[in-house]
Write a protein that binds this ligand. Structure first.
Ligand code: RB5
Length: 148
């Protein structure tokens, strides 16, 4: 599994912690930056990570900013991206099992590092359940295609 990670200045400490955590689990990571506290525009990193997931260069993506919200708004503009801001492990599991999310968004200013790493672990290890959830996601895809 290869995971794309990216952040803005509000999320770079958390992104580094996640990078280290994934490396410790021998999970391949592609880091799209940013790598310091200098103010940057979060959509630029959402674009890089989203494109790497859409192109299948990476299997999943993780985006960190102050709240996770800006990143999720930007990433969800891409067709085929299902990004969610998650702040608890129950949602981390459900958002893979039910929503088949391919990008996890986290807020460094909201979620402590320990919980964030638990969320990452839960999210990566959960699997999409298909069935009735596929039907619902097919409807979401139709929204993307402009059918409504
Ligand atoms: C940056 O100050 C902050 O707005 C950003 O990290 C993020 O929280 C946006 O949603």
């Amino acid at each position: 599994m290869k995971i794309a990670i990216g952040c803005d200045h509000g999320g770079f400490r958390l992104k580094n912690a996640i990078k280290e955590y994934l490396a410790g689990k021998n999970i391949e990571v592609e880091d799209f930056g940013t790598n310091n506290a200098q103010s940057v525009n979060y959509p630029e990193y959402a674009i890089k990570v989203s494109k790497s997931v859409i192109s299948k260069e990476c299997d999943l993506g993780i985006l960190c900013c102050g709240t996770g919200i800006g990143m999720s708004i930007a990433a969800n503009k891409f067709k085929g991206i299902r990004a969610a801001v998650v702040g608890d492990t129950f949602s981390a599991k459900a958002t893979r099992e039910h929503n088949n999310t391919n990008i996890l968004c986290l807020g460094e200013r909201v979620t402590g590092e320990g919980l964030a790493l638990d969320i990452v672990d839960t999210w990566i290890n959960a699997e999409f359940q298909g069935g009735r959830h596929s039907e619902r996601l097919a409807l979401v895809e139709k929204i993307e295609q402009g059918e409504f």
